[in-house]
Each structure stands twice: as C-alpha cells, then as structure tokens.
Write a protein of this length. Structure first.
Length: 153
C-alpha cells in the first residue's frame, strides 16, 4: 500500500473556520468531529472545538486540522516571518504547504482564494523554474507555496 502524507494543522478555536475556508478554496468534503461529539459535556469551554477535522477533495488535495486544548486564540500571533529578499526566501517557519498543478489556469483560483485576507510573500507569476509560482500566508497564518509543476527534461 502506498504511503500518504497529509498536513495536520493545529489551531486554538479556529480549526472549523480554517477547514471551511480550505474547502471554499480547494473544494471537497469536510469532516468535523468536536470534543462534545466524543463525550465532553457541552457546557465545558472548548466542547464545540474540533478534535478531528479534514477536507478531502477529488483533485487529490487533503488537509487535517485540530483545535489544541486551551484558550481560543491563535497559536502563533503577529505577522508572518517569511519574506523575500534579493531573490531568496528568508523564514523562521519550520514548514510551508506546497500545492502544484499542471497549469496556471488550474492553480490561479487556488492562489486567489488563499491570498484573500492573507499576506502575499511573493506575487504569483512566472519564475525562473516555473510558469507560475507564488508564496502567501493565508488568513490563518499558514504559508503556502503555489506553483505550476515545470516539465523536467
């Protein structure tokens, strides 16, 4: 059986909103299971938060999300740490999520969706290695690399 790696994003009270946002960008089906669904009393703070969530789309996109127990506030605050300087990417982040497609027509709507309410790091457009490439931190602070897969010789 082939292995499949799926990004699992952690939030504090924003997982449902993030999953709904990613479904609006990528399409697919959303699954959300709350702490209350697992038996936490509804009156307990955080019972409506997501203990398991995912979006899976027919185009191969998949992402999981979870609300880490604690106060409903973002885990990371402040502006994204990734920036472009002199043609290089400078970052303190441990990972980016990368989405590749076959054409600019395929990935442009994804770029536009993720950039809505986000912070553009590098505007989507042609690059030395791809007909389309861009970086954006979405409204939840997740940094995405969007690109057209270049043909390899």
């Amino acid at each position: 059986m082939p292995l499949n790696a799926v990004a699992h994003l952690n939030f504090r009270g924003q997982a449902r909103d993030a999953l709904e946002f990613y479904r609006s960008v990528f399409g697919g089906q959303i699954t959300v299971v709350t702490y209350a669904d697992f038996g936490m009393p509804a009156e307990v703070p955080g019972a409506k938060n997501v203990v398991f969530g995912q979006v899976v789309a027919d185009n191969g996109f998949a992402v999981m999300a979870y609300d880490v127990p604690g106060p409903d506030q973002p885990l990371a605050t402040g502006a994204p740490t990734t920036r472009r300087e002199n043609g290089t990417t400078i970052t303190e982040e441990r990972f980016f999520l990368s989405v590749s497609g076959a054409s600019t027509e395929e990935v442009t709507p994804i770029w536009e969706g993720l950039a809505d309410g986000g912070s553009v790091i590098e505007q989507f457009g042609p690059s030395q290695f791809s007909p389309g490439f861009g970086m954006v931190a979405d409204r939840f602070g997740v940094t995405w690399v969007i690109q057209v897969a270049a043909a390899h010789a």
